[in-house]
Design a binder for this molecule. Structure first.
Ligand code: PAF
Length: 282
């Protein structure tokens, strides 16, 4: 595995390959990231993983400065998982001047859910991903399904800009109790870590109710929000949406969408100062 820090060097190196498979990350890697790297291995002739904590996608009050940087451990794990190239540019390398050009994803997909609670988040994500795509020139790129909306936004960006990249979603990995693996789980103290599983359990119970024929989504979602709030969480949203566009289904669409596995339940909630997100396809 080699480590490359400049765009020029990366391009020189990747000149020798036809089919790069790419996993963009912000580091602080867990098994979910490593599973993406293993999934990428047979899909390309070289596997490139980027590690870049992207300031553009953090709000001013968010955890950019404290976001865990675990460089040594990340490189060791990537090497073991079969990564060929780690691309780890500095901020000066990727943003040598203020990034005046940005990608503005359409509001109907980017200003809802995560985009509503983290305004500008998807502008930051799309802008850096577009830039990383320009550096790596991947033929295939892999993103975790835990960030369900991010995956959808990026798929749509790639489609609308006709980028010659296949975007693949990787299954969410979970701890034994069901908590979705996330870099932010490291912020949880031991008692919060025990409580954290409630988010996925709440999504499970919403999914079960919908599968069992419940169509009053509003009451189901409100009840789930209240339950989490009573346990000391600050829920942002718990909501059943169409997988294709993350819009709320109309009541008459629910049963056919359940039959055609067209729904997903998504949730985001704060436990103490840690904001967790998760989702479950129905
Ligand atoms: O999912 C992430 O880690 C980030 O949003 C990404 C895609 C690497 C862009 O910074």
């Amino acid at each position: 595995m080699i480590i490359i820090r400049t765009i020029a060097e990366l391009r020189d190196h990747l000149d020798h390959f036809k089919h790069p498979a790419f996993v963009p990350t912000m580091g602080n890697l867990h098994d979910g990231h490593l599973a993406l790297v293993r999934q990428a291995k047979p899909l390309g002739d070289v596997v490139v993983v980027s590690i870049f904590v992207n300031r553009l996608q953090f709000l001013p009050h968010e955890d950019f400065d404290t976001y865990p940087r675990t460089w040594e451990a990340d490189c060791e794990a990537l090497d073991a998982a079969g990564c060929d190239v780690v691309f780890a540019p500095s901020e000066k390398e990727l943003y040598p001047e203020p990034q005046g050009f940005t990608i503005q994803p359409p509001s109907e997909i980017a200003n809802i859910l995560e985009g509503h609670f983290r305004p500008g988040f998807f502008v930051g994500v799309c802008t850096v991903v577009m830039k990383l795509f320009a550096c790596v020139g991947p033929r295939v790129a892999l993103f975790g399904k835990k960030d369900y909306q991010q995956l959808l936004v990026i798929k749509r960006m790639v489609r609308q800009f006709a980028l010659p990249i296949e975007v693949i979603g990787g299954t969410t990995l979970r701890a034994a109790d069901g908590l979705a693996l996330s870099s932010r789980n490291n912020y949880l103290n031991p008692s919060q870590r025990l409580e954290a599983v409630q988010l996925s359990q709440t999504l499970q119970s919403i999914a079960q109710a919908v599968r069992a024929g419940s169509t009053d989504l509003e009451s189901l979602e409100q009840q789930a929000m209240d339950d989490l709030a009573h346990r000391g969480w600050q829920p942002d949203y718990l909501t059943v949406r169409r997988r294709s566009n993350l819009q709320a289904p109309t009541p008459d669409q629910i049963t056919p969408l359940v039959m055609h596995t067209g729904l997903v339940v998504l949730g985001a909630a704060k436990l103490g100062s840690t904001r967790l997100i998760d989702n479950l396809e129905i």
